[in-house]
Design a binder for this molecule. Sequence first.
Ligand code: AMP
Ligand code: ZN
Length: 464
Amino acid sequence: MDILLYNTLSGKKEPFVPLKAGAVGMYHCGPTVYDDAHIGNLRSYVFADTLRRAFEYNGYAVKQIVNITDVGHLTSDADEGEDKMTKALKRLGKPLDLESMKEVAGIYEGHFVRDLGLLNIETPTSLPRASEHVQKDIELIEALEGKGFVYKAGDGIYFDTGRFPGYGALGKPRGQSADGKAEDGKARVVNPEKRHPADFAVWKSDPKLGWESPWGKGFPGWHIECSAMSREYLGQPFDIHTGGVDHIPVHHNNEIAQSEAAYGEPLARYWMHNAFLTMNAGKMAKSAGGAITLGALAENGIDPLSYRYWLMTGHYRSPMDFSYDAVKAAQNAYRRLLEAVAGYPEGGSAVESARKRFAEAIGNDLDMPAAIALAWEVVKDKAIPDADKRATLLDFDRVLGLKLGTAPRSAGDVPSEVTALAEERERARAAKDWKKADELRAEIEARGFEVKDAGTGFSLVPKR
Ligand code: AMP
Ligand code: ZN
């Protein structure tokens, strides 16, 4: 059966045709590990996970890459502002060196992987770190240099978009006029050494912090890492590239330009973008304040999987406006679904006609709202024996990823994994490993519980 995907490159839904029969390679722009991911960022990875699971449901072998940006992403997607990692070092009062950068990145990378687990996101095939692929970036820049696509400016090496006629393949390139005004008419600082406002840095000079390169000490431009690592892990071209819609005009247009200019091959065949998670109708962003993490959801009594359920009730290309009330309503529905499944006996088999409709829904550009509606239809269908309902819903759950086979949890119940963490913390305390004990406390808190030490043991209470 065809899997239809909306391709930003063509602006249409297209049947997916793999490069290699039965296999799919996908690359998802990963987090910049300078802080915890907010639930808007995490929407991108729930979307990527759903895509992966939909392919697996259809029998594909999936290779999935999510990069870890631990260097080089400036506070603006354009070449302005400060490196986000450097900013994190200053925020945390750490020395400005690569060692500290690695340490800080390691902490937030750990949190990111934890969050993926909490959302039941399957572990990607690989999570390559930008800092460990700088040599690959250098090779790519050298290829561009050999073909005359880059030029030197005072603060680094720039890609010359004027030499790449197809620039802006995914949509309107970043629109700045030569006078430095952005599309919105606001003045912005444009490096006067740039030949064209859309030109972007592939290497940023930094005499104090960074890596040695043929262009002196510094660090790779943010865009180059995705071009270099996707090629390294998936080849060029590969099947599917995803990210949030904010990446279309700058980051992804730049990735395409530099990869195609360097190697004369398309970068990826399908480009898919998830819409934003908004709050009070504005984009959820760390810089805008009010960025909500899974920890904050837990403090408000919301499980990560309830958030996942809520995301499934919207289409990935539609913006969703977050509110605690909306997600709490979804949590109630999700618990009712868990209760329904828990009440059905085992030993049935999945209903073929329902499976077919489910496959059609997910194959229609991941129509998860239709898939969720179908799950409820199965629950309500009096003609289906209960054991078959269970088998059908567990079959759907291979894509929904909602752990439908687990017992519903009422507010206040302590999940077994939280108890296990608290026990591990007890052992760490007994061994006087205070660092580990603190880390485990944070893990427990991220799951919505507070651990209280009581004499020889401990108690766990929900954080409110
Ligand atoms: P970053 O760590 O900023 O590079 O972002 C990681 C991923 O989250 C990227 O794919 C972004 O496009 C995506 N993203 C950022 N903010 C939001 C949001 N509010 N809603 C949905 N996706 C987002
Ligand atoms: Zn990227």
